[in-house]
Design a protein around this ligand. Structure first.
Ligand code: ADP
Ligand code: MG
Length: 439
């Protein structure tokens, strides 16, 4: 069970501190953890304040924190710790699986929650999961991003479809499934289209991509066919592979059958990146409908993108996972690159979702676009294979989506008018992550 990987030494041990006012509870946890070779308890405290002091002193990876304690309670301590020791992840422990508690804890910055009594298995898996989300993702991320090709060829690549274009790339991402990535990618793409603006939409989910369904498109050709020919992407081949939606939107689909996914062995993240770069040079906007997984492909696509639309919904899982993702993205690219979008927003008077101000406060992040919940419009649009914005542009939710598309347009045009005119030069600097690597 969870042995540290051979030869990697001490740094793979997960350092944990325990904070609970009941000595038996601390002892119980310590005993459970004593059997795990990859987990080390580096301190324990009996109050929120002790927990905070310990966290600052020992800089642990994980803090197991009781909610109810004398002096500073666990929620308060969590809030302080997430400011003072942002690399430490707090896992809250409580006898109540009370949703009000859970909500407060998550908003305070807790990464996960364990209900007492806590079983060994639950404890180990939560610690390892939170540790991985917190540390490994970042590491993996940095590797993927730094090895990405430093220079963008956009706007300089000779246009396979003829004319060279601005080549802005917009990634639509969420760490959660079913929150509306594909819906927003499709609709923002449609919203950006104008007579003089060419837009391409790319399905980046090679296994379970939904774009074909969303737009009612069918084809035997897909990105796999471009992958096979990546050495020399022929304009005729591209023309054949890109689908054209009735609206004029061009679309690059993923493989139609799961069988084809085997062939996607050819489609390494590097090849996929090359295809995106090549195609993007021929469009004003290329919208990437991404999948949840934060892997090497995601890292490369984020690096390539001019803007990332991070999609959430007003729920606790959003608070939890967007916090992690924002930390990584802001760390790598700075906060300007990411536009935080809330989908499925309801009237605050209905008290259905989490209040947006609470989310903003907790994540220290402004929500820049709010798309209302509208089951009827969204679902019927999907069933008919037309983007929502294709109908009634002036009405909700099309109106808010168009506003979002305009926000995207303005924000990348803002980049163009800054002194760093040459986008390639800007990119090069960013992709080395100067701020991080101390360069
Ligand atoms: N604002 C919204 N209001 C109501 N339903 C929505 C909204 N946005 C998306 N949906 C619906 O939610 C489901 C999941 O959306 P989808 O875009 O496929 O999410 P993802 O790509 O993140 O998995 C779809 O059925 C879609 O129609
Ligand atoms: Mg999707």
């Amino acid at each position: 069970m969870g042995k540290p990987q051979g030869g990697m030494g001490k740094k793979d041990v997960i350092r944990v501190i325990l904070v609970d006012d009941i000595p038996e509870a601390r002892e119980g946890l310590r005993k459970l953890l004593a059997f795990e070779p990859d987990i080390e308890v580096v301190g324990s405290g009996s109050t929120g304040r002790e927990g905070l002091d310990l966290a600052i002193r020992t800089q642990p990876d994980i803090i197991l924190m009781d909610i109810n304690m004398p002096d500073m309670d666990g929620i308060n301590a969590t809030e302080q710790i997430s400011k003072a020791v942002p690399t430490a992840a707090v896992v809250m422990m409580s006898v109540h699986k009370d949703s009000a508690y859970l909500r407060r804890a998550m908003l305070a910055g807790a990464r996960d929650f364990l209900e007492k009594p806590i079983s060994g298995e639950e404890l180990y898996s939560t610690i390892r999961k939170v540790y991985q989300l917190n540390a490994n993702v970042r590491e993996q991320y940095r590797q993927g991003a730094t090895s990405a090709s430093p220079e963008r060829t956009k706007a300089t690549t000779s246009g396979a479809l003829g004319s060279k274009r601005a080549g802005h790339i917009i990634a639509v991402y969420s760490p959660q499934g079913g929150v509306g990535k594909t819906t927003l990618a499709t609709n923002v793409a449609a919203g950006l289209m104008r007579e003089d603006t060419r837009v391409l939409l790319i399905d980046c989910d090679l296994e379970f991509g939904d774009l074909a369904v969303f737009l009612y498109l069918q084809s035997n050709l897909s990105v796999v066919d471009l992958g096979k020919a990546v050495e020399e992407l022929d304009p005729d081949l591209i023309e054949n592979v890109l689908m054209t939606h009735a609206s004029g939107l061009r679309v690059l689909l993923g493989p139609a059958r799961l069988d084809d996914v085997d062939e996607t062995n050819l489609l390494t993240p590097e090849v996929f990146e090359q295809i995106v770069q090549h195609l993007a040079a021929n469009f004003d906007f290329t919208i990437l409908d991404m999948r949840v997984r934060l892997d090497r492909l995601a890292a490369r696509l984020f690096n390539l993108a001019d803007r990332i639309l991070l999609v959430g919904t007003p729920t606790l899982p959003t608070v939890k996972s967007c916090r992690q993702v924002l930390e990584v993205l802001d760390g790598e690219f700075g906060p300007e690159k990411t536009i935080f979008v809330m989908n499925r927003v309801t009237d605050p008077r209905e008290k259905i979702g989490l209040p947006l101000e609470d989310i903003e406060r907790s994540l220290k992040r402004q929500i820049e676009a709010r798309i209302p919940l509208d089951e009827k419009t969204m679902t019927s649009a999907v069933n008919q294979g037309v983007p929502v914005v294709a109908k009634g542009r002036g009405k909700s939710p099309a109106k808010e989506i168009i506003d979002l598309a305009e926000l995207v347009r303005r924000s990348v045009q803002g980049d163009e008018s800054t002194p760093m005119q040459s986008s390639a030069a800007g990119k090069q600097e960013r992709s080395r992550f100067g701020r991080r690597s101390g360069g």
